[in-house]
Ligand binder design. Structure first.
Ligand SMILES: Cc1cc2nc3c(=O)[nH]c(=O)nc-3n(C[C@H](O)[C@H](O)[C@H](O)COP(=O)(O)OP(=O)(O)OC[C@H]3O[C@@H](n4cnc5c(N)ncnc54)[C@H](O)[C@@H]3O)c2cc1C
Length: 575
């Protein structure tokens, strides 16, 4: 058994910022950080467009109150406003702190940090490093962590949260290199395990975004919050689904249908291409459904629309969004200086997650917290994004709430002893779990089941939803889940057995998908990213509340949590 004062699962922006805060606050604490990838390969490294913060470098009239209002309106009034106020007030300080750590932000001619427009933000406030912002931030954070002596376990897969008597006591982890299983006990466990884009068949997320942390939390009997709110990013590159950053529209690109029209004029006339993502994704889906999409041969009625950058000119394209140009060129052979890019919505972000308070401590019910368990970043739901996240607010959330959660943990562990755990028992159970996966002799391959599952989620819980469609989805999903115990692994070895990891990840995807569908079925209204064709209006009287879903193999129970409203009363949301 290994011991750490604090064990953090996840080496993306949220986990590494928390680890750094703990090490800075109390260098005597023994902190371990585990990641199933190398930390600098966490999905955070792929973040492109930027991080929102009121610096007033470009727009002197900006204010944290304006940022808070945009965020709450963007969330369709489901965000907890106390958490949003913390986020937007802390933003300026955390960005300056990142720059002092060495993050190379893009500059204005006078040397101050540059800021660009982003969807749903009423002022130019998104700070960026060209279109490689996540890369710039994550690399600096990890360098700083290593200098602070945090123990990093890279390429270890955490497969269980140890939770007994309402207390988190540690985790069980598996070394991908050689199959070793280890129990870790800790005074505090933090999950910063990121999102679950791989639940769907088309996503901007990397292969590791399988929602493991969410599934482990749910299997431990704790709730997940607002899982029905899945963000579809409007501009996934067709057909691969990888992201073309909103920064491209922030810098002036147009969305065009088969008739050559900038169709956003019909959906969000005041914001056009810079409307929030839920509205823009629905607009694109409606255009495609109405036959105004485009085929690869250029004819009408196809599966994508155009993102047109040509009027921006080569110099601007190559200096502000060079990576997006490169992606389209490398992946689909389009030179965006001279041709429009084919795009359509792609699954991008998880607004829901592990419910936490504003110190990152996990909730076990509307009124109780879990001892020793914390979460931040995309895997957590604090909830600053409510029913729809604004672009560039996620990196900000990871840094602000990573830091706050780290500070809270550093204080929390002072009063806590190492918990008692029966390590041999957990080790035996994990060994049995791996052995039984290896010994199964079924007729299914992992990728067959995963593909069927991802297709099911995509077809039955996409941009538009209805009772009938989702019920059919749940029925199909139950059938696919039964196949899991008949999956066959070819690799029976211990060394770099990636099939075992894929099998464990598939289990996570299945639990998370069922939580999404069930939460969505129970929300009988349309709000933010959750658009129902049978309940087309927002229903504040019945649904201005957060969903809490509790998993059990027998079925999912739904409860609710009130929304915190401080300064912005819900209004009709128009752009
Ligand atoms: C292509 C793309 C572009 C984006 N661009 C922007 C942007 O410009 N601005 C913005 O604000 N947001 C952006 N986002 C969203 C934002 O990048 C993410 O929400 C954020 O980086 C998530 O950070 P995180 O620390 O929560 O998780 P991640 O960075 O996803 O890290 C998760 C970590 O958990 C580890 N992990 C997971 N499961 C396990 C397990 N079972 N065992 C061990 N380790 C595990 C992983 O190895 C990884 O280290 C973008 C997202 C994508 C996909």
């Amino acid at each position: 058994m290994i011991e750490h004062d604090v064990i953090i699962v996840g080496g993306g922006l949220a986990g590494s910022r928390a680890a750094l805060e703990i090490a800075r606050t109390n260098p005597t604490l023994n902190v371990g950080l585990v990641a199933k990838t190398h930390p600098i390969r966490s999905h955070s490294v792929a973040a492109q467009g930027g991080i929102a913060a009121v610096l007033q470098n470009v727009d002197p009239n900006d204010s944290w109150e304006a940022h808070a209002f945009d965020t709450v309106k963007g969330s369709d009034y489901l965000a907890d406003q106390d958490a949003v106020e913390i986020l937007t007030q802390a933003a300026t300080g955390v960005v300056i702190d990142l720059e002092h750590m060495g993050v190379l932000f893009s500059r204005l001619p006078d040397g101050r940090i540059a800021q660009r427009a982003f969807g749903g933000h009423s002022h130019d406030r998104t700070c960026y490093a060209a279109d490689k912002t996540g890369h710039a931030i994550l690399h600096e954070l990890i360098c700083n962590l290593m200098a602070q002596g945090v123990t990093i376990y890279d390429e270890w897969y955490v497969l269980r949260l140890i939770l007994e008597d309402g207390q988190a006591k540690g985790v069980v982890m598996y070394h991908i290199l050689d199959g070793e299983l280890v129990v870790v006990r800790a005074k505090a466990v933090m999950f910063a395990t990121g999102g679950y884009g791989r639940v769907y068949n088309t996503t901007s997320n990397d292969y590791a975004c399988t929602g493991d942390g969410l599934a482990m939390t749910a299997m431990a009997g704790l709730p997940l919050e607002d899982m029905e709110f899945v963000q579809f990013h409007p501009t996934g590159l067709y057909p691969v689904g990888v992201l073309i950053s909103e920064a491209v529209r922030g810098e002036g690109a147009y969305l065009i249908n088969s008739e050559g029209q900038r169709f956003m004029a019909d959906y969000a006339p005041s914001r056009m291409e810079l409307a929030p993502r839920d509205i823009t994704s629905r607009a694109i889906t409606r255009e495609i459904r109405a036959g105004r999409g485009i085929h690869p041969d250029g004819s009408a009625g196809g599966p994508f629309v155009y993102l047109d950058l040509r009027h921006m000119g080569q110099e601007k394209i190559m200096s502000r969004v060079p990576f997006c140009w490169e992606e389209a060129h490398r992946l689909v052979g389009i030179d965006a200086v001279h041709e429009p890019m084919p795009v359509r919505p792609t699954v991008h972000y998880s607004m829901g997650g592990i419910p936490v308070n504003t110190n990152g401590q996990v909730r076990r019910s509307p009124s109780e917290l879990v001892e020793g368990f914390f979460a931040a970043g995309e895997s957590a739901c604090v909830s600053v994004h409510g029913a729809n996240r604004l672009g560039s607010n996620s990196l900000l959330e990871c840094v602000v709430y990573g830091q706050r959660t780290g500070a809270a943990i550093a204080e929390y562990v002072q009063q806590r002893k190492f918990p008692e755990i029966d390590a041999a028992l957990y080790l035996r159970e994990a060994t049995d779990q791996i052995e039984s996966l290896l010994n199964q002799t079924g007729e299914y391959r992992i990728d067959q089941i995963r593909q069927a599952y991802q297709d099911c989620m995509t077809n039955y819980c996409g941009v538009f939803r209805s009772d009938e469609i989702m019920r059919e989805g749940i029925a199909q999903l139950k059938e696919i889940q039964k196949q899991y115990s008949h999956v066959r692994l070819d690799d029976k070895g211990k060394c770099w057995n990636t099939e075992i990891i894929e099998a464990l990840e598939l289990r996570s995807l299945m639990i998370v998908g069922e939580m999404i569908l069930t939460s969505a079925l129970n929300r009988r209204e349309s709000r933010g990213s959750h658009a129902r064709e049978d309940y087309t209006d927002r229903d504040d009287a019945n649904f201005l509340k957060h969903t809490l879903a509790y998993y059990s193999p027998a079925g999912i129970d739904i409860n609710y949590l009130p929304v915190t409203i401080t300064r912005f009363q819900p209004q009709e949301r128009k752009y």
